[in-house]
Write a new protein. Structure first.
Length: 312
C-alpha cells in the first residue's frame, strides 16, 4: 500500500470489518486512545459511535485533507455545526435508514410500556407489592406520527397488527405506500384527535421546540407523547407543566438537555418514562452499519457519488 494512498479512519468497533476496497490506507480509532495516524492525511473519517460531539470533533481541526465524514447516526445537527466551523468544505453523509428498525422497535416498546403501566409495575416490584390494575390498550387507538421518513414508516409497520388509526405528518404533503402524508402546517388541527403522538423528525431550525406550549396544549387530555428523534424538538419546560398537571404522558428516548442531569425534574415527573437515547443501539445495528460503510468506501475509492449526503 502506497504511503500516498488516501487515509481512512474507521471506528475501532469495526475491527473485524473485512472486504474493504483496496487502494486505501485504513486505521481504526476508539475515540479514547491516541490518534491512530497523522490526522492531516485523513481524507475519509467515520467517527466512533458515540453521542459525545467533543470526541467526534477532537481531530477535525487537524484533518487538513478531509473530504468526507460518514456519520453513524441519522441525526447530524451537532456534527454539521462542527464541520461548519472548519475553513474548508467537507461532504457530510449520515446513516439515514440504518437505525430505523431499531428506533421504531423502541418507539413501540415505549408506547406499550407507558400504556400498560410497566414503570409503575416495576416500582411496585421493587417494593414487593402486588398491585393489579386496568390500563389503556394500544389496540384501535389513534396514532399521529410526526416525521414520516424511514423511522416513521417503520413505526407504522409495527403498529399494523394493533389496528391503529395512523395519521402521518412530514415537512411537505405527499402520498406514501400506506396513505396520505400531511404537511406539518396541519399539526395544530391533527393533534386534537391523537391518543399517541410519535416524534421522529430531524432537529433543524424549523423543528427546534416545534412542540412548544401552544402545540402541547392542543393535544387531547391523557394523550401520550413519544419522542425518539431529538430532545430539543420539544419544549421541556412546557412538557413538564403538562405532565405535572396530569394532562399528558410522555415516553422519551431523547431529552433536552442531554444527558439529563441527575437532579432534573423530568426524572421524577409522574407519567414520564425515560430511556437514555438508545433507540438505535441494538446488536442488529452493526451489520447494517458495516454494509453502509462498505458501500460508501467502494464509492469513495471509485470516485463515485456517495449515499446519504447531508451537506457538501
Amino acid at each position: 500500500m502506497s504511503a500516498n494512498s488516501p487515509q481512512v479512519w474507521l471506528p475501532a468497533d469495526f475491527a473485524d470489518l473485512a472486504d474493504l476496497p483496496p487502494g486505501l490506507n485504513y486505521a481504526r480509532w476508539d475515540g479514547r486512545s491516541d490518534l491512530p495516524s497523522d490526522p492531516a492525511k485523513v481524507e475519509f473519517y467515520a467517527p466512533p459511535l458515540t453521542q459525545d460531539i467533543d470526541i467526534i470533533s477532537r481531530p477535525l481541526n487537524r484533518m487538513t485533507r478531509l473530504r468526507v465524514v460518514q456519520a453513524l447516526s441519522s441525526g447530524t445537527d451537532e456534527l454539521r455545526a462542527a464541520l461548519d466551523r472548519l475553513p474548508r468544505q467537507v461532504t457530510l453523509c449520515n446513516a439515514r435508514g440504518v437505525p430505523a428498525p431499531s428506533t421504531a422497535e423502541l418507539a413501540l416498546t415505549l408506547i406499550l410500556a407507558s400504556l400498560r403501566g410497566i414503570p409503575e409495575a416495576l416500582r411496585a416490584q421493587d417494593r414487593g407489592a402486588w398491585r393489579p390494575q386496568f390500563s389503556p390498550s394500544l389496540y384501535g387507538r389513534s396514532v399521529l406520527i410526526v416525521g414520516y421518513g424511514a423511522v416513521g414508516s417503520a413505526v407504522e409497520d409495527l403498529l399494523a397488527p394493533f389496528g391503529c388509526a395512523v395519521t402521518r405528518v412530514a415537512s411537505e404533503e405527499r402520498d406514501s405506500r400506506r396513505g396520505r402524508v400531511h404537511s406539518v402546517t396541519r399539526l395544530p388541527d391533527l393533534l386534537a384527535d391523537a391518543d399517541v403522538v410519535v416524534l421522529s423528525i430531524p432537529l433543524t431550525p424549523q423543528t427546534r421546540q416545534l412542540f412548544d406550549a401552544g402545540l402541547l396544549a392542543r393535544m387531547k387530555d391523557g394523550a401520550l407523547l413519544v419522542n425518539v428523534s431529538r430532545g430539543a424538538v420539544v419544549d421541556t419546560d412546557a412538557l413538564l407543566k403538562e405532565a405535572h398537571a396530569g394532562r399528558l404522558w410522555a415516553a422519551l428516548d431523547v431529552t433536552d438537555p442531554e444527558p439529563l442531569p441527575q437532579a432534573h425534574p423530568l426524572w421524577t415527573t409522574p407519567g414520564v418514562l425515560i430511556t437514555p437515547h438508545v433507540g438505535a443501539f441494538t446488536l442488529s445495528l452493526w451489520p447494517r452499519l458495516e454494509a453502509l460503510i462498505r458501500r460508501q468506501l467502494a464509492r469513495f475509492a471509485a470516485g463515485e457519488e456517495l449515499e446519504n449526503i447531508v451537506t457538501r
